[in-house]
Design a protein around this ligand. Structure first.
Ligand code: HEC
Length: 112
């Protein structure tokens, strides 16, 4: 029971964090630092960002990667990749990029 309460509080806290988050501007550029910190090749991240820029703003505005939780990105990406008719490779690169970009703007805060 105690554990459930703790998890509940954690979720509430992260919800609060999201609702207070500053509004992000610009889709983060890929940097070698971002690649290194995420253990992903810079060229893959760059391709992922390219996919994001090219295919993800035709139906709705391009959503800043930092505005969506990593868990939600994992779930929504295959769904959106199908809508945008991405290949499997493009989908993988896209997901790597949005996760890395999310981490970049939020920092590697284990609480988040
Ligand atoms: C064919 C139109 C279409 C394309 C292309 C598309 N989306 Fe979407 N997107 C939608 C619709 C419609 C929704 C609303 C909910 C749903 O269908 O899941 C949505 C919802 C979302 C959400 C959830 C937003 C929220 O606040 O809940 C995210 C994130 C997202 N899209 C990202 C993407 C990404 C990344 C791409 C590029 C691969 C993309 N979308 C391409 C139509 C599209």
């Amino acid at each position: 029971m105690k554990k459930i309460v703790t998890i509940g509080l954690g979720l509430a806290a992260s919800g609060l964090f999201l609702s207070c988050a500053k509004s992000f501007k610009g889709i983060p550029e890929v940097t070698s630092k971002m690649a290194m910190e995420n253990g992903v090749k810079e060229s893959d991240l760059a391709r992922g960002r390219g996919v994001y820029m090219a295919h993800c703003a035709s139906c709705h505005e391009r959503i800043h990667p930092g505005e969506i939780d990593p868990e939600f990105w994992r779930g929504v990406t295959p769904h959106m990749a199908a809508k945008a008719k991405l290949s499997n490779v493009e989908q993988t690169q896209l997901l790597r990029y949005v996760m890395a970009a999310h981490a970049e703007v939020h920092g590697f805060d284990p609480e988040h």
